[in-house]
Design a protein around this ligand. Structure first.
Ligand code: 8DG
Ligand code: MG
Ligand code: MG
Length: 145
């Protein structure tokens, strides 16, 4: 294997909201965030809009169909102390369920332990670094009522 070029990548991650809760899953793929709770999401593919990427990744990972997908925030995430250092520009979206009764499925069981709903002021530990930082800074993914 040759040396991978160190370039920033774009990922789209989604706060899937249901009443007062947000969907999180514990990561199982080796690399950044291993064994930590994170949002569904993944890398932006060539030609995609943020909304398309959000819809595709949530569907691939959980089977859930999302609705009213909208941009909320962007963060610049450096993971330089990793065996494979990476730099990810994360586009954070939020969305709701098209059908509020649909249940999440663990469609990528080698990458995730499973999905569940958590209240923002009672999040599970350990939380993925970038999410933890946002939470500590007082960020809240829910729209202002
Ligand atoms: P792909 O390569 O199949 O397109 O995507 P994936 O395998 O689903 O990628 P991922 O690791 O789930 O997400 C891409 C990167 O996004 C991840 O390595 C780190 C970054 N990222 C954040 N915050 C979050 C988050 O809350 N959840 C997820 N899943 N990724 C996040 O910076
Ligand atoms: Mg993913
Ligand atoms: Mg994915």
């Amino acid at each position: 294997k040759g040396m991978a070029a160190l370039v920033p990548r774009v990922s789209v991650v989604v706060f899937v909201l249901k009443e007062k809760t947000v969907l999180l899953g514990r990561r199982r793929s080796p690399g950044v965030g291993y064994s930590e709770f994170a949002l569904p999401g993944g890398h932006l593919e060539f030609g995609e809009s943020f909304e398309e990427c959000a819809t595709r990744e949530v569907k691939e990972e959980t089977g859930l169909e999302i609705d009213k997908t909208e941009f909320v925030k962007v963060t610049n995430n450096l993971f330089l102390d990793e065996p494979k250092p990476c730099h990810i520009v994360a586009i954070l979206m939020r969305a709701w369920l098209r059908n509020p009764h649909q249940l999440p499925q663990n469609l990528e069981p080698t990458k995730c332990d499973g999905w569940d709903w958590y209240e923002w002021d009672n999040l599970p530990e350990p939380l993925f670094g970038p999410l933890k930082k946002m939470m500590e800074q007082g960020f809240n993914p829910f729209p202002i009522a």
